[in-house]
Design a protein around this ligand. Structure first.
Ligand SMILES: C=C1C[C@]23C[C@H]1CC[C@H]2[C@]1(C)CCC[C@@](C)(C(=O)O)[C@H]1[C@@H]3C(=O)O
Ligand SMILES: O=C(O)CCC(=O)C(=O)O
Ligand SMILES: [Fe+2]
Length: 392
């Protein structure tokens, strides 16, 4: 029996109750919502699973944040005074909200364009093909339609495709191989584009790590060395247009559990950051990359640098895309601030943890939100007790 479609006129998505509930692990949604961009636009009332509480929706100021634009050309010129000035800009932004943008970052604009082009190659695939590449429970890699297999409420109005990037892989075709195996030979070129994109992101992330170290006054190479052998995550986001855009969110309010996020958004706009108790729009700048501090870097700086609280709105008329590279350490690395960051008698804000533990927490026990790190620390502390915090 084929599933009854709740579909209507032109373009973007279909949502249908599945005919048979599938065997899903605990916390996985059995409601049968399937969200696919290449099918038909649902009309009428918004399914209740996509409704977000008004406290998460309101208060957008429409104002743009005057965040610093950090010019990375200084690293090419080697002008130490300019580097110190840039580090000061970064420090001020990270102490306050954990967000800045970089220009002259060295990533080829044609590569960014190609990466956008390949977002379409992925999401315009038939739904059956995308479902064949579906993320496995407990892992982050693969296709996800509205995270409907994981959650049953506050579904994000988006499709995502994620994959891991091992900084130290001996193979220079790890992503090409991954695309071929999960999406087929036809997506080989897409894999090649993202292979190059991730290589460029890795190089850039290490430059930013150096700038962060300078800005915190620790050994300049400390964070660069810490992340050199990391295991990062690349995610392509596709947000279909939504005729009830004011009732839902593309990505709900959250801080990234990862270390540093390097994000490019298209010209539609929708990314917002929370500063001084208000949501501010981040103006899309094609020449810039957005940098967010994540929870793991907040811990590495002993809480000095704020993990950036942000969200993504959807648009009534236009589809939106973003390219997100989440910088992560190697999974078994102990996350702890460098000794020479801590002043005499300064208390540690967070106990030691490994990235693999925090990652697992976000995939198996907790839906990343505005309080992930604190909830993780409490969970770790009482991991032998029965009352573990959970927001599932
Ligand atoms: C460790 C991770 C959890 C998320 C994927 C990676 C990096 C960022 C996280 C995420 C994007 C933060 C917002 C909520 C989330 C559920 C999402 O909307 O996609 C998060 C990711 C996830 O668990 O899939
Ligand atoms: O699409 C965006 O602009 C934001 C996405 C985001 O915050 C995320 O994927 O973590
Ligand atoms: Fe994010």
């Amino acid at each position: 029996m084929s599933p009854p479609l709740m579909e209507s006129s032109a373009s973007t998505l279909v949502i249908y109750p599945a005919s048979q509930p599938q065997q899903e692990p605990k916390n996985e949604n059995n409601g049968g919502i399937v969200f696919g961009s290449n099918l038909q636009q649902m009309q009428g009332e918004m399914p209740k699973e996509f409704l977000w509480p008004s406290r998460d929706l309101v208060d957008t100021t429409q104002e743009e944040l005057k965040e610093p634009l950090v010019d990375l050309a200084i690293f090419k010129n080697g002008d130490e005074k300019a580097i110190a000035n840039a580090a000061e800009l970064v420090r001020t932004a990270c102490l306050k909200h954990g967000f800045f943008q970089v220009i002259n970052h060295g990533v080829d604009p044609d590569l960014i364009d190609a990466a956008y082009h390949e977002i379409d190659s992925i999401f315009k695939l038939p739904l059956s093909k995308k479902m064949g590449a579906k993320r496995k429970p407990g892992g982050v890699s693969g296709y996800s339609g509205a995270h409907a297999d994981r959650y049953s409420s506050k579904l994000p109005w988006k499709e995502t495709f994620s994959f891991l990037y091992d900084h130290q892989s001996f193979s220079n075709s790890q992503i090409v191989d991954n695309f071929k195996s999960v999406l087929g030979e036809d997506l080989q070129h897409t894999g090649r584009v993202y292979q190059k994109y991730c290589e460029a992101m890795k190089d850039l992330s290490l430059v930013i790590m150096e700038l962060l170290a300078i800005s915190l006054g620790v050994d300049r190479g400390h964070y660069r060395r810490f992340f050199e052998d990391g295991d990062s995550i690349m995610r392509c986001n596709y947000y279909p247009p939504c005729n009830s855009a004011n009732l839902t969110l593309g990505t709900g309010p959250h801080t990234d559990p990862t270390s540093l996020t390097i994000l490019h958004q298209d010209q539609v706009g929708g990314l917002e950051v929370f500063v001084d108790n208000k949501w501010f729009a981040v103006r899309p700048r094609s020449e810039a990359l957005v940098i967010n501090i994540g929870d793991t870097f907040m811990a590495l700086s002993n809480g000095r640098y704020k993990s950036c609280l942000h969200r993504a709105l959807v648009n009534t008329y236009r589809e939106r895309r973003s390219l997100v590279y989440f910088v992560c350490p190697r999974e078994d690395k102990i996350v702890r601030p460098p000794d020479n960051l801590l002043c005499r008698n300064e208390e540690r804000k967070y106990p030691d943890f490994t990235w693999s533990n925090l990652f697992e927490f976000t995939q198996k026990h907790y839906r990343a939100d505005v309080a992930t790190l604190q909830s993780f620390i409490e969970w770790q502390q009482c991991s032998n007790s029965k009352s573990k915090p959970s927001n599932f």
